[in-house]
Design a binder for this molecule. Structure first.
Ligand SMILES: Cc1cc2nc3c(=O)[nH]c(=O)nc-3n(C[C@H](O)[C@H](O)[C@H](O)COP(=O)(O)O)c2cc1C
Length: 328
């Protein structure tokens, strides 16, 4: 299965409740090409629910990948087709989320134990769309975290047509830990992703988990195909600009704050006209000024003042002026 041509050297992780369309529009300001993933969209909800609400995005967010959750091949195929119709460039299947709710629906990390079913899902999606189909997975579940377990999962899924595996390089513990604890307590094992790449050199292997800056990535650059950043990019979006320079373009100049604010104010204007509250946009921007004088005023204006009735995009300019005033 040849790897497709989407550039996955740098991507931003799917994060439920965080990487919605407003967040992605904002993060796009910091890297022109990082591949951005949606939050997980449950295939069943998409097939039976409000497609526009679940899938709509702005063209400026591209390149975009749609992450689906589910384990019913037919439903996943239908959901993937909707994603293709909306213009997403990749369909990703979630085999990494450990939450109870997700296990109840038979999807997420518990599917690592059902490689044949995941292979069926991948095959069904591939039949339904002409987009690349990728899988995001952990390195193991519960007490099964040896190389054989990972290989037994990856091999049939790759044979079914998945050429790209995104490896959140820690196992998932399926009961007893909250999803948040499951992103912190099982230790990271980045070397296991390198092992997978060496075992399956024809696959594209993307590393995820605990990566913050260029220093975390350098030891793996020559051994892996790309790097996916989650929390670090959300809390400090400048990380994305630094990694864009490191991984994609050494001449890339980080964007100017006032340009970003101007674009976000304009974006907010368009969304407000559709009934989106300003706070739904500004909540993703709180980390932008971290470490600068005036960061507290920025956060306060973008959280409290943005929630006031009548707040609009002008608040962003006001918050920027507060930061600039604090810098003098
Ligand atoms: C708030 C939050 C929501 C998440 N939701 C998803 C999700 O919907 N799908 C998924 O595959 N992973 C999800 N994850 C996991 C991330 O994609 C990523 O694998 C994890 O945070 C490790 O990467 P990081 O250390 O760079 O944050 C979520 C993580 C966070 C913090």
């Amino acid at each position: 299965m040849p790897v497709d041509r989407l550039d996955r050297r740098l991507s931003v992780a799917p994060m439920m409740d965080w990487t919605d369309r407003h967040c992605r529009y904002f993060l796009r300001q910091f890297s022109p090409t990082a591949l951005l993933y949606t939050e997980m969209v449950v295939a069943r909800a998409l097939v039976h629910g409000d497609r526009h609400r679940l899938l709509a995005f702005s063209a400026a967010e591209q390149p975009l990948a749609l992450q689906l959750g589910g384990s019913d091949p037919r439903e996943l195929a239908m959901a993937a087709r909707l994603g293709e119709d909306f213009g997403y460039l990749e369909i990703n299947l979630n085999v990494g989320c450990p939450s109870d709710r997700v296990q109840g629906g038979q999807f997420g990390a518990c599917l690592m134990d059902h490689p044949a079913l995941v292979a069926d899902c991948v095959a069904a999606i591939r039949q339904a769309v002409s987009l690349p189909v990728t899988v995001k997975t952990r390195i193991g579940i519960d007490d099964r975290e040896d190389e054989q377990f990972l290989e037994a999962f990856v091999r049939p899924v790759a044979e079914a047509g998945c050429a790209t595996f995104i490896i959140h390089a820690r196992k998932a513990i399926l009961s007893g830990l909250t999803p948040k604890q499951n992103r912190e307590i099982p230790p990271l094992n980045h070397e296991r992703a390198c092992w997978l790449k060496a075992r399956f050199p024809g696959l594209e292997v993307i590393l995820n988990g605990g990566l913050v800056g260029a220093g975390d990535i350098r030891p793996f650059r020559s051994r892996l195909d790309g790097f996916m950043i989650g929390r670090a990019a959300y809390h400090d979006p400048w990380v994305l600009s630094a990694l864009h320079r490191e991984l994609i373009d050494p001449d890339f100049a980080a964007p100017e704050c006032d340009d970003i604010v101007a674009r976000m104010a304009e974006y907010a204007g368009s969304r407000l006209a559709e009934g989106v509250p300003l706070r739904a946009i500004t909540r993703h921007m709180l980390g932008m000024m971290n470490g600068r004088p005036g960061a507290r005023a920025w956060r306060r204006l973008l959280s409290e003042s943005a929630a006031q009735p009548g707040a609009d995009g002008k608040l962003l300019q006001q918050a920027l002026r507060a930061v600039e005033a604090a810098s003098y």
